[in-house]
Design a protein around this ligand. Structure first.
Ligand SMILES: Cc1cc2nc3c(=O)[nH]c(=O)nc-3n(C[C@H](O)[C@H](O)[C@H](O)COP(=O)(O)OP(=O)(O)OC[C@H]3O[C@@H](n4cnc5c(N)ncnc54)[C@H](O)[C@@H]3O)c2cc1C
Length: 368
């Protein structure tokens, strides 16, 4: 098993790392204060082809694999997890549209590849569902979907909705009559994701907006699950690594009692533990990516879910330790440590809470 990264893979990682440090970092604190949508920066990433990282080249994408997707998201999230999350959703929804195929893919994919439209994900969570009713060949959507990342800037939403027969998958062009984007209460972190609620008041959609048909919504979503878990895990790894690197640099320059605080055993051991957890997570994530690349869907799903679970906890651990290592300064807006801690806390909640992922792994291991 050769874990050395190839030239193309390294180029993706290094380009993204440079972009994150040179373009995302300046102005980040101010964007976070204002909860500003990073539209211009997102536009630059789209121009670099980041709107369709994994789509095949004949569909306009960069044709990259799961490992490259993970590396790009890790690098973005090491600096700015909000933008990394928007990019992840966009790429995953482009994948979903491509796999659904048909008229909807022909109509909307080019705008997603170019970045002309940002696409967001509005999934049914538990009891909170949208309802879709057939009206001749069209569909009428009703209901409220809260906490949709990117909704404030979206040009397209992919949504799951309950139909008379089960679950349907729909593409909703935005803005649209009958669909309003409603502000959410101020969030603790990930403040630049453009989080908002989508309210559907008998919104009429053309028949071609329904994406499942030849393949069921469940089948399409299950097929994409490993890549979704992998993308979320990569973002958490990036955030964890970002917190570790900032803490390492701070500990080297902060002096107390005549020496830098990285000479104190308590601080050194914290830093070692942070690095250790990041590397262990990276191992799991890369194994999941390798299984996905090899087409071993079951193994990819198992490992990617494990990575998603471990990653959310690793991000929270590293971000909290990062604040601790920064001491009182870490608790202030003067340093990035506190933002990373606020951002990290969202990760065990998103796209499958840690409780839900644990249960899914238990079912896989033991059964219902
Ligand atoms: C920053 C942020 C961004 C988000 N972005 C998006 C997005 O882009 N698109 C989107 O569709 N959604 C998004 N969400 C929504 C997110 O996926 C949901 O918040 C999540 O699914 C949990 O749903 P809930 O908030 O209703 O919590 P609940 O389902 O009410 O859960 C509350 C608690 O109970 C636990 N719980 C619930 N059911 C079970 C069960 N059966 N067994 C054991 N424990 C259970 C949960 O794990 C949690 O700890 C986002 C949320 C946040 C915070």
């Amino acid at each position: 098993m050769d874990l050395r990264l190839g030239e193309e893979t390294l180029a993706i990682r290094d380009t993204t790392r440079r972009f994150a440090r040179e373009q995302l970092l300046p102005g980040l604190r101010e964007r976070d204060e204002r909860a500003a949508d990073p539209a211009a920066l997102r536009g630059e990433l789209f121009e670099m082809g980041f709107g369709a990282l994994t789509l095949p080249e004949d569909a306009g994408g960069l044709g990259l694999g799961p490992l490259e997707l993970a590396l790009a998201l890790e690098e973005l999230a090491a600096v700015d997890a909000s933008l990394a999350l928007q990019l992840a959703w966009h790429n995953l929804q482009a994948e979903l549209l491509q796999r659904a195929g048909g008229g909807a893919a022909r109509r909307w994919l080019p705008g997603l590849v170019s970045g002309e439209r940002l696409v967001v994900w509005a999934a049914a969570d538990g009891e909170e569902v949208l309802r879709a009713e057939a009206v001749e060949t069209d569909w009428r959507l009703t209901g409220l979907k809260r906490w949709v990342g990117g909704a404030r800037a979206a040009g397209l939403a992919l949504a799951t909705a309950r139909t008379a027969e089960g679950m349907g998958l729909f593409a909703v062009e935005l803005p649209r009559e009958g669909v309003s984007v409603e502000a959410e209460p101020r969030a603790l972190g990930l403040r630049c994701t453009g989080l908002a609620a989508l309210r559907f008041r008998s919104a009429m959609l053309p028949g071609e907006a329904r994406l499942d048909g030849a393949r069921s919504a469940g089948e399409l979503l299950a097929e994409l699950r490993p890549l979704r878990a992998l993308a979320l895990a990569a973002i958490s790894l990036g955030l964890a690594r970002g917190a570790f690197e900032l803490a390492l640099a701070y500990a080297a320059q902060r002096e107390q009692f005549g020496r830098s605080i990285d000479r104190f055993e308590a601080i050194r051991f914290k830093l070692v533990e942070m690095e250790l957890r990041c590397e262990a997570l990276r191992g799991l994530l890369w194994r999941a990516a390798a299984a996905a690349s090899a087409g071993d869907a079951a193994e990819a799903a198992r490992l990617a879910e494990m990575a998603k679970l471990m990653s959310a906890e690793t991000a929270t651990f590293c971000a909290v330790e990062g604040v601790q290592i920064h001491g009182g300064y870490g608790y202030s807006r003067e340093f990035h440590a506190e933002r990373l801690m606020r951002d990290a806390r969202a990760l065990p909640l998103i796209d499958g809470s840690s409780e839900a992922v644990r249960e899914s792994l238990a079912v896989r291991l033991i059964g219902e």
